[in-house]
Design a protein around this ligand. Structure first.
Ligand code: ATP
Ligand code: MG
Length: 400
């Protein structure tokens, strides 16, 4: 077994030495069998949450009522969940209640897709009651049980099916597609935060074209905010998003640029997009605009900052098809005389003290901005004396 599983060895052993079962479950087993990099390793056990708290020194009871405890061992933390089944779903999303059970197979039966419903022990033995392994080989997304039952229990699973098809580059089975088409409107019952997270993961998948085609084919897009007002948005995305999009801010920028008549602030709010992503998207949109007019120049690189080069390269690729090189941008960036206002040889305070008779005001910021621009463009050099005499000259001109 790979490194992430070995790290959990101690925890699994502790459970077993006390007469409990403990298995790896879900995404880590799937990704291990696919031989792709493993994300979080989740563990399921027949021990109840209170028994876990007794068994381990360092725990965080993150969701006791759902059976979930984080166990910290040797600097690594693992989410461990008691085997459970879910009660009735009255609202098409979360179950009304969960029930702890003693049979691993019952726990696997509540899971969404067959490829996500496998368990594995420390010896690499796989428990696979729903043919997950053959579906991995066939590269197919099938639900555990009837798709329409599973989607009417929890409507998010429809979007998850499409997300996994994109993430893994798998096909969606016909009955899953048909059930999505039939139940698509139930997606409106789901919290936008969860929808947002699945959408970003879909865009980040190597099979993003496949994901977009499935959205189109099943018409699930018509149950998504923004998309529901823009019947052609997915087909425009298909024409532009050839490769996966890694950054959420790029997704938001692309959606903004490809959708025509929607108030940015409104749909951003509807999706509850974080301020950080929103700010990132606005910077990208402005930068792309600058790029389209003037190409890559000092001002563009400076305003972006090195941390935004990768997202910028992505949005340029999506919107223009051009491929900018990170290395070229970085090299140009390194040549800039300054990289932030803090690098200036002069501060707002310095400017103020040059003119002791002037009162504070907007002029200081304006001067500083002008200094910043000229230093960046190498029209004045970044030393205190040169800047000071330049600023004094401006003041003369201003007064006269
Ligand atoms: P990844 O971490 O790569 O996104 P994952 O399979 O770990 O993939 P998670 O969303 O982290 O996906 O969920 C962990 C596991 O919990 C899934 O593999 C699945 O077994 C189960 N699961 C998650 N969400 C649902 C759901 N809405 N309905 C049923 N089972 C679910
Ligand atoms: Mg996961």
């Amino acid at each position: 077994l790979g490194e992430p599983f070995i790290k959990a060895k101690n925890i699994i052993n502790t459970f077993e030495n006390h007469g409990f079962e403990a298995y790896f479950v879900g995404g880590s087993v799937r990704d291990y069998l696919l031989d792709i990099p493993i994300g979080d390793v989740d563990i399921a056990t027949n021990a109840k949450p209170d028994e876990m708290l007794k068994l381990f020194k360092r725990t965080v009871p993150v969701g006791i009522e759902h059976g979930t405890v984080i166990i910290i061992d040797n600097g690594h933390d693992f989410e461990v969940t008691t085997y459970r089944t879910e009660g009735d779903y009255e609202d098409f999303r979360r179950p009304d209640s969960v029930e702890f059970v003693t049979d691993l197979k019952l726990d696997l039966s509540r899971r969404d897709f067959t490829i996500n419903a496998m368990a594995m022990n420390m010896n690499g033995e796989v428990i696979d009651p729903y043919d997950g392994q053959s579906h991995l080989k066939e590269r197919m997304i099938h639900t555990v049980g009837l798709a329409k039952d599973r989607f009417s229990e929890d409507a998010l699973r429809m979007l998850r099916a499409i997300r996994f098809a994109s993430q893994l580059d798998f096909n969606i089975s016909n009955d899953v597609s048909a059930a999505i088409h039939q139940y698509k409107d139930l997606l409106s019952k789901i919290a936008v935060e969860r929808i947002q997270a699945e959408l970003f993961k879909m865009f980040k998948g190597a099979g993003v074209q496949r994901g977009l085609s499935s959205l189109e084919k099943t018409k699930l897009d018509q149950a998504l905010p923004l998309f529901n007002y823009e019947p052609n948005l997915v087909s425009k995305l298909k024409a532009h998003v050839i490769d996966l999009i890694e950054y959420p801010s790029v997704v938001i920028a692309a959606l903004t640029l490809l959708s025509d008549h929607h108030f940015f602030d409104d749909w951003i709010k509807t999706y509850k997009i974080s301020n950080q992503i929103k700010k990132g998207a606005i910077l990208l949109i402005n930068s792309l605009n600058h790029y389209n007019q003037k190409g890559v120049n000092e001002e563009l690189l400076y305003k972006l900052g090195e941390s935004q080069f990768r997202p910028f390269i992505e949005i340029v690729h999506v919107m223009t098809g051009e491929c900018l090189e990170l290395k070229a941008l970085t090299m140009q960036y390194e040549q800039l005389p300054i990289h932030s206002r803090g690098d200036l040889a002069i501060s707002g305070h310095d400017i103020m003290s040059m003119f002791p008779n002037m009162s504070k005001g907007r002029w200081i910021g304006e001067y500083l901005e002008q200094v910043e621009r000229l230093v960046l463009l190498k029209q004045i050099s970044n030393n205190h004396k040169d800047i000071e005499s330049e600023v004094k000259r401006w003041k003369e001109l201003d007064i006269n």
